[in-house]
Design a protein around this ligand. Structure first.
Ligand SMILES: *Cc1c(COP(=O)(O)O)cnc(C)c1O
Length: 471
């Protein structure tokens, strides 16, 4: 399988190089040169596979000959071995035709673990084969840092340093990062804001000698392998509910468009998907686009579902490329206009295609809380992101009652205890395997908001773990 950039000016790459590159050199995103497609018989043959085995089979055409099937299956097994549920991605029935696909049984209790646990191992495997080593640096406001740290911990060829603003993350978020004592993991509490942390990371990447010496890399949400890994749980759910003989609808709480893009990739591969509904919070750019072709950036408003507080959905470019019949020049032009004017000019016919592919609805904080309360009364405790998915699903139930509707449950309720308590009067408990989080020892450096100090720290960290290689 070869990968092309949505903007058409970057080299065509194989799977390994696409994995390591992340963003394409022309600023675009890598997509498969052609979509693999499975026949009904081929889908049927995947029924009954365990989650890791199914993932390996779904990934096989994307990985192609870059990794042999036995190794790929082993990496998938290892990636999902640490999940807290034997089904990995269990389906829970909410009413007679509504289901929650629980994607929060990974180490950090949110769906990003599905892609990142595998990504860390894929990186490590490819780096080992090339005899090379990388240093991942990133900034977090608390939400995404732990998933990256859990993905990279104990990997032989990866060091990771995550910056967070000192005293500005929740205690749970900080502890999920700082209690990981693996020697290749370092946390830095920066005396500054999240924006300061992000600026420090950007400055490290802009410092070319430092970037090259440390072989800096990032685990960003636009890596194609992340999207590919997420296709598997849509297939898993649909097959369990009767695909390919039966159609299944999905509803997905959406921020960067990565998760729902994986669902649409599954549909392109021939999975019997009836419809895809995306849920948004008050940051509703995607819902406005689907409703009225209004793709205009507004300021980001904080909400009870912070992982969806996003205005520019980075993965949307991959959909746009398909909507424009894979015309890279037109895609690049639309993206440039979007950046320059804050509004994407989408031709009417293109927008109509988008509305045929996706339904959407948005939910403010009050409606989110009301949905959490409603679900709790029916016996299901949902986090705010999942509740938005459920509300979106309810707004777009397929008329045919034989079509089940599956909501991507993207975070464990204990990750957002304040909102859940506000809606239900109860504080959800952490799962048993994390119950001692508050008493585990922490390790974290504290540094000033100063590039030289941070770079010196990153260098020391990388040298300690691979002294011969870098020296
Ligand atoms: C990241 C995240 C989302 C949004 O997913 P995208 O792939 O960015 O659309 C939704 N819910 C939770 C809990 C998340 O962490």
């Amino acid at each position: 399988m070869r990968y092309i950039s949505t903007r058409g000016l970057a080299p065509v790459l194989g799977f390994e190089d696409t994995l390591l590159a992340g963003l394409a050199a022309d600023g675009g995103l890598y997509v498969p040169e052609a979509w693999p497609s499975l026949t009904k018989d081929q889908w049927r043959a995947l029924r009954g596979l365990s989650y890791p085995e199914l993932t390996a089979r779904i990934l096989a055409p994307f990985v192609d000959d870059a990794i042999d099937p036995a190794t790929l299956t082993r990496l998938c097994r290892e990636a999902y071995a640490g999940f807290g549920h034997p089904a990995v991605a269990p389906l829970v029935q909410l009413d007679h035709r509504l289901f929650a696909l629980e994607l929060f049984h990974g180490p950090t209790l949110a769906f990003k673990d599905f892609a990142l646990q595998l990504l860390g191992r894929l990186f490590d495997h490819v780096l080992a084969r090339r005899g090379s080593r990388i240093t991942i640096v990133g900034a977090t406001s608390g939400d995404t840092g732990s998933a990256a740290i859990e993905a990279c911990r104990d990997r032989a060829n990866i060091d990771i340093v995550i910056l967070h603003p000192k005293g500005r993350t929740s205690a749970i978020q900080r502890r999920q990062m700082t209690t990981v004592l693996a020697p290749n993991v370092a946390n830095v509490a920066v005396e500054g804001t999240f924006d300061d942390c992000q600026d420090l990371v950007k400055a490290m990447f802009a410092d070319a000698p430092f970037r090259d010496e440390m072989r800096l890399s990032a685990v960003n949400s636009i890596n194609w392998a992340r999207v590919a890994a997420q296709i598997a749980y849509y297939a898993y759910a649909a097959l369990a509910l009767g695909a390919p003989e039966r159609q299944v609808a999905f509803a997905v709480p959406t921020g960067n468009f990565g998760n729902v893009l994986a669902a649409s990739a599954a549909r392109r591969m021939g999975l019997s998907v009836h419809s895809l509904t995306l849920g948004a919070n008050r940051n509703d750019i995607l819902a406005r686009f689907i409703a009225a072709n209004d793709m205009s950036i507004r300021t980001v408003e904080p909400s009870l579902s912070p992982s969806m507080d996003i205005q520019v959905s980075s993965n949307f470019e991959r959909l746009l490329f398909e909507l424009m019949d894979r015309d890279a020049g037109a895609t690049a032009k639309a993206m440039a206009a979007f950046r320059a004017e804050g509004r994407m000019p989408v031709p009417d016919a293109t927008w109509r295609r988008a509305t045929a592919l996706f339904r959407a609805s948005a939910c403010d904080d009050a409606a989110t809380l009301a949905e959490i309360t409603r679900l709790d009364r029916a016996g299901y405790l949902a986090d705010p992101h999942t509740a938005i998915g459920v509300a979106a699903a309810r707004a777009h139930m397929p008329p045919d009652p034989d079509i089940p509707v599956v909501v991507a449950a993207t975070a464990h309720p204990a990750k957002f205890p304040d909102a859940v308590a506000q809606a239900t009067g109860r504080r959800p408990a952490l799962p048993a395997r994390l119950a001692d989080l508050e008493t585990r020892p922490e390790r974290c450096a504290e540094l000033p908001n100063d590039l030289a100090s941070i770079e010196a720290f990153v260098r020391r960290h990388a040298l300690r773990n691979a002294p011969r290689e870098i020296a």
